[in-house]
Design a protein around this ligand. Sequence first.
Ligand SMILES: Nc1ncnc2c1ncn2[C@@H]1O[C@H](COP(=O)(O)OP(=O)(O)OP(=O)(O)O)[C@@H](O)[C@H]1O
Ligand SMILES: [Mg+2]
Length: 358
Amino acid sequence: MDIEKQFETAFSRITLDNGQPLVSVEPEIVHGCVINNDFAKITLILPEDSPLRGSLPAQVEAEIKQIQQIERVAIEVLASPPQENDSSQTEPAHAAPQQPQRTAYLQNYEAIIAVASGKGGVGKSTVSVNLALALSQKGYKVSLFDADIYGPSLPIMTGRRGEKPSVAGNRLIPLETFGMHTLSIGNLVEENDAVIWRGPMVHQAIEQLLRDTNWPGGDFMIVDMPPGTGDAQLSISQLIELAGAVIVSTPQDVALIDAIKASQMFSKVEIDILGIVENMSFFACPKCGEETPIFSRHGAEETSKKIQAPFLGAVPIEIDVRKGGDEGKPLMASNLDSPATLAFKNIADNLVKVLEEV
Ligand SMILES: Nc1ncnc2c1ncn2[C@@H]1O[C@H](COP(=O)(O)OP(=O)(O)OP(=O)(O)O)[C@@H](O)[C@H]1O
Ligand SMILES: [Mg+2]
């Protein structure tokens, strides 16, 4: 029996105290059902004063757990249906619980933001770490997740290379780094081991890091993506509900075309592009302050107009940015007063503004 039938059967078994089948109650109580592998999230609509709030969630959970494939169930109880534009929750479960597009991991974060690019080496990880720190310094509670399964760089960039996270029960505890919670596959496997992984393994690894980790929740989860539009991107877009993606690009055309590809990939899976960051935009001479456009400045800014995405800001090439990454103490943790420091602060401000608008 397919999974949708199994859910229909499970729901049809649930009756209220007066014998009325749950799925026939008007207005509908079972508002949404999101399934991902062994995880199901059910959204129930029950007014604040409904006596059903006491017993029904546990009853639904027990029935859904009977489904063989389902190991974990989350029941969300809302007083009224969520806004219509919240597309993940509008499917009535009894009609046809769909194999969902997105799921429910990391729901304890206000906004989950993927930092992505088409091309490798344009500074995604650098932007991820420093943007996360800039947000954290503004007083937000921030976590940072390295989804670059093939080439994780956060352990080095945050000075936690070779360190293993501790385990409580069978759950991983993220590392605490510069006031943020962080975790990378690089903290779990030997360096280079991940390079030979195939698609399904990538998906599994990412899912485990999301599912079996005690992510503490907070305002922002920044996800450092691998380059391109491959398995990891697809997994992330399926496993978590992103607020959107920040695309990093250098001003050069090649990188830009790739950035557009990445942005289209996110558009295809209906993930908003929150904005474009132009990295290595220019070189600001630390001695005289002159700004040299090594990679022809403003290219990314112009592309952002073409694809109608906000331009979040430009980060100059700066030796302290590179050094910070190599030495495990990111620029934004060093309290410098440099053009790149200002740029990251500015990008954090702009990102917060964009998020307030959407
Ligand atoms: N604004 C900058 N100024 C100076 N160096 C920079 C800047 N941005 C990135 N770098 C350096 O460029 C290199 C590549 O950056 P990074 O690792 O962040 O790129 P990436 O896009 O994450 O790469 P990958 O695609 O391999 O994941 C690093 O050595 C980093 O320190
Ligand atoms: Mg990287």
